[in-house]
Design a protein around this ligand. Sequence first.
Ligand code: ADP
Ligand code: ZN
Ligand code: ZN
Length: 733
Amino acid sequence: MIPEPKTNSSPLVWVIAVPSPLHRVFEYLPPSDNKITPSAGARAKVPFAGRDVIGIFLEARESELPTSTVLKRVETLLDSNLPLLRPDQLQLLQWLSDYYLIPQGEALQLGLATSERKGRPSWTEGQDHIALTQGADSIDTIPARASKQKAAAQFIGNRTVSIASLKHQGFSTAVISALVKSGLAEKKTAKQSSPCPQSTVTLTEAQQQICSTLKAQMAGFKPHLLEGVTGSGKTEVYIECIKEVISKGRQALVIIPEIGLTPQTKKRFEEALGCEVPLIHSGLTEAERGRTWAMARSGLAPVVLGTRSSVFCSFKALGLIVVDEEHDPSFRQQDHPRYSARDVAVKRAQICDCPIIMGSATPSLETIANCDQGKYQHHTLMQRPQGSELPEIALIDTRGLALTGGLSDEAIGQIRCTVERNEQALLFINRRGFAHSLQCEDCGWVADCEHCDSSMAVHRTPPHLSCHYCHTKISTPSYCHQCNSGRLTSRGIGTEQLEVLMHRHFENAPVFRIDSDSIKNMETLTKALQSIANAQSAVLLGTQMLSKGHDFPRVTCVVVVDADSLLYSPDFRAEERLLQLLVQVAGRAGRSNLKGKVLIQTRSPDHPMMQQLVDRSYSEQARTLLARREALRLPPRGAMGLIRSDSRRERDAIDFLNSLREKLPKPDDLRLIGPMPTLMTRRADMYRYQIIVQGQTRKAVHSLLQTARDIGSTQKLGRKVSWFVEIDPTETL
Ligand code: ADP
Ligand code: ZN
Ligand code: ZN
């Protein structure tokens, strides 16, 4: 019942969070035919800035505006029964809005599937499941000539399975329809899927021990770090814990960093759990994503697998979150809205009062620090099952060596031996394209990007120059733009060039190049991974894409072509990143029973980090880095924030920050550095400047950022430049 507004008092209004960049919520009059007060989280269609938008109802209250204010009316209440945003999501997203300084109206949208944001249902539930009408007993009545139908029926057995999972098993629509037509099977709207786990591997003692510790804590909020070398069987531990959670009637969310990893991971989880594991990632259609969303919300999906944004998905009864490769930088969204999916996941687990397992072979320093402080429980798996050994790491000092296409004779020799043993070699190079840049041999001119402070990369297939920052492409010049000389040389080897070279050297082995030029979508990636799995000897080469998560059992030799390209960077996280990357790349070797070898080519073999790679474990090295951060009072010690301003006019970017800084309070416990240019100051024609905020507590830094945001919004220049504030930035360059 809505209380009758008193005469002359403020009218009763609905407070609505409207998707807009404004950091405030709006008051509306309830719809004219309204009889109920919705629950917080319900969607409402409201007029805003001249159009209809879908906002989220927060509360009904007496208006806080002057009585003379003309209020607009809510057009329709879309969710009159259950609100689409569940209380736990609402709480999470309001926290997100506060913590990451994101406008509430925009933050709340993240908890809805794309179609729901447009006012439609996420997905119309249809009869998309199937069961045998007479149960498994009827399988024998299927004639042998209908072998495919028989196989499909055998797969269904006594279960109700989703049609998608049947298709996933390779059964065509025709086969499924035939089963239904013959009356052997019927389509169903499954109310509940009953996963029937299939037997998996026998856990090692170490895995078992961790599993029993974890399984004893599958109720209530508790963060865990599972630190395990690559290939140590962390995924098997996740699976065991998920089974436990499902058996209690609750759901699990598994978050992984890369969309490219989803097909492999999905398959593995489905086989182990015996149920469909729907996906959430940016490569899906709106309908596919909506379907996952609806399945998770209704409880139909016991497990959901997704990238970053799945952390906001709606669940009926979330009982466990797994964040795999928790150290991965791609958990951080680098454009608006900026947030760390890993950190949000921890908050979500806290709100849903469930455990969270963060796994990695190379945990982030933040997470290690949280373990040290007793906030997270630390579990370690330092051995690979089946006794497969960790690869041996050797440095190759490339100073003074004649390199062939970036490779030393020793590396080429090792690749040859590997291929001859019918095994696979993996070459990691941090640069795509044919070469890093095009330079004039006579005057030193370099073909730079017109829009960025960067040289352009040389590509050969098809021939052109390309800027990897703003994606500008131009045709390859034949003459120097400065002295007209025709002697232009490409410098710094890239994946394309290495590919040509490998083809020439190893005529009999297939060469696979994996980078964002050769792999345009999931389909090509899945195909390439399949061909790699089917090949005996092969040379794989590629960028970061190759370093992440993929399982290449036949790879026994890994070559890091140029480790130095990553070594020197002013970002305080650069060493941590390099260390993680090298350990992850190295981890691709010898994952099955074949022993692996890793060669790291460097011109800085004496750098402490390079030395330690050879003879110390990741955790020992991470401790060294952590001690250094501590001494320099850098995160995870203390906290950091960022105020960034980008503009086509360099002066505006600087002036905005200068005037903002002048107006900001100057608390003793904070240090403000800047305005200063970012490392690549001009990018895509924007000049990028920043102020870094450092402090002992996150609270102090956060509060200053909040003040900066509020003051910035009142600045005239603020409308001319593109600016933002960011807490816990991961890139301070
Ligand atoms: P991680 O997730 O730590 O990288 P995985 O779980 O992918 O490791 O395991 C690596 C490989 O070892 C996989 O092929 C997996 O099937 C296998 N494996 C894991 N645990 C066991 C076990 N207990 N017995 C046999 N094989 C195992
Ligand atoms: Zn020249
Ligand atoms: Zn550019």
